[in-house]
Design a binder for this molecule. Structure first.
Ligand SMILES: Cc1cc2nc3c(=O)[nH]c(=O)nc-3n(C[C@H](O)[C@H](O)[C@H](O)COP(=O)(O)OP(=O)(O)OC[C@H]3O[C@@H](n4cnc5c(N)ncnc54)[C@H](O)[C@@H]3O)c2cc1C
Length: 361
């Protein structure tokens, strides 16, 4: 009896596997609800560590709103601002995005889009002329408003140092050490009610969820030094060029569906360099070339929910190329669902792929 109470007392609410934006947002939801957790992360980094961290509710190829982006944006901005207060550090860098026009016909498309109810808060209707010689924008640009950048890598490192020693364990998760029943999860000496997998693209090795259609798309990026480029705005042409402090800019990214290795390629580097030179005319120096794989899904919707055969094994994944805006609210949806407070939106619920989950291999 005494052992039972001891066990109950030391039992965590959740084990979280993976500490990118998804794992961090879920941990923060648990903290807000006074629920305990242990995070297990390999320390090898993932997509969140190399992302530009741009928050942009619009799709600038089509001048449309990204899926649910206005709702995600409304929730995410106070979420990150609360984290800034809690961690006592700057995470959010508001900045306009200058969408450089490619064709004259885009001017009218931009003006019409900015006149729609959903896009009006984000697209400034004015067509701006470019007066900066270092930027190639003869047809001018349009301004995206309420946009900017979250310093994702800094956020992850700051949050990690804010955690207690029993809340973060740096190791590769060993599936052979996982024991589960309907009432509890045991991993080595950790007992929990639930386990939530937030592994990004590495989910493809997870025995419970590997059959879900996580396609993945590799992104190669360059960190460049461009002392004569003085843009404070995020530039959007064929790629994003994002100021990240000093004379440094994040430039990218490629979008590759076939190669799923974490190797940087000469082809990727050339592809990004070509586009940088199309967008700016100043000298640059390449400081770093990095790559990761975005956790993109076949139907372009997140993957949230509970395994149909194991009621305390859960998933928060499929953030695709827009994890910054989506992770905060999705993590709340998942926690509310686990706690029986609400149903999941059917567009994100993994039950839409139930037949994949029931496959034995
Ligand atoms: C080049 C590029 C640019 C991007 N730019 C943007 C952007 O500007 N804005 C935006 O919103 N999104 C952007 N994204 C997308 C964004 O990075 C993702 O949506 C988001 O970071 C995914 O977060 P995640 O936590 O699901 O996965 P990840 O960030 O990949 O985190 C998963 C974590 O789990 C760990 N892990 C996995 N398996 C195990 C295991 N078995 N044991 C222990 N640890 C494990 C990994 O090491 C990693 O730390 C970009 C992505 C790329 C690749």
């Amino acid at each position: 009896m005494q052992r039972f109470f001891l066990l109950l007392f030391s039992m965590k609410h959740s084990i979280i596997v993976g500490f990118g934006l998804a794992g961090l947002a879920f941990a923060e939801q648990l903290k807000r609800s006074n629920l305990s957790f242990s995070i297990i992360d390999s320390g090898r980094g993932g997509s969140s560590q190399i992302a530009a961290g741009i928050y942009n509710p619009t799709v600038l190829k089509r001048f449309s709103l990204a899926w649910n982006a206005d709702v995600f944006h409304q929730y995410a901005m106070p979420f990150y601002s609360d984290l800034e207060s809690k961690l006592k550090t700057q995470i959010v860098y508001p900045a306009q995005i200058h969408k450089i026009f490619n064709k004259r016909s885009e001017h009218n498309e931009w003006i019409s889009a900015s006149d729609t109810k959903k896009l009006a808060p984000f697209l400034d209707p004015k067509i701006h002329s470019n007066h900066d010689d270092s930027i190639n924008a003869t047809l001018g640009y349009g301004n995206v408003m309420s946009s900017g950048r979250v310093a994702t890598n800094h956020l992850i490192n700051s949050y990690k140092s804010f955690l207690n020693s029993d809340e973060f364990i740096e190791e590769e998760f060993d599936f052979k050490k996982l024991k589960y029943s309907d009432s509890s999860i045991t991993y080595k000496d950790i007992q929990a009610k639930h386990i939530v997998f937030c592994e990004g693209f590495k989910m493809i090795n997870n025995p419970f969820f590997k059959n879900l259609p996580l396609v993945g798309s590799k992104g190669e990026i360059l960190i460049i030094k461009a002392p004569k480029l003085k843009s404070k705005a995020i530039l959007k042409g064929p790629i994003f060029i994002t100021p990240i402090g000093g004379d440094l800019y994040w430039a990218g990214a490629t979008f590759e569906r076939n190669d799923k290795t974490l190797r940087c390629t000469p082809k990727g580097r050339e592809w990004v360099l070509n586009r940088i030179h199309k967008m700016i005319s100043t000298e640059i120096e390449v400081i770093e070339h990095i790559t990761q794989i975005r956790p993109t899904v076949q139907d372009r919707r997140p993957l949230l929910g509970t395994h149909p055969a194991y009621k305390n094994i859960h998933l928060l994944n499929g953030l695709g190329s827009r994890g910054v805006l989506a992770a905060p609210l999705l993590s709340e949806w998942l926690l509310d669902y686990i706690e029986g407070k609400s149903m999941l939106n059917s567009e994100v619920d993994i039950s839409r792929f139930e037949s994949y989950l029931r496959q034995t291999d």
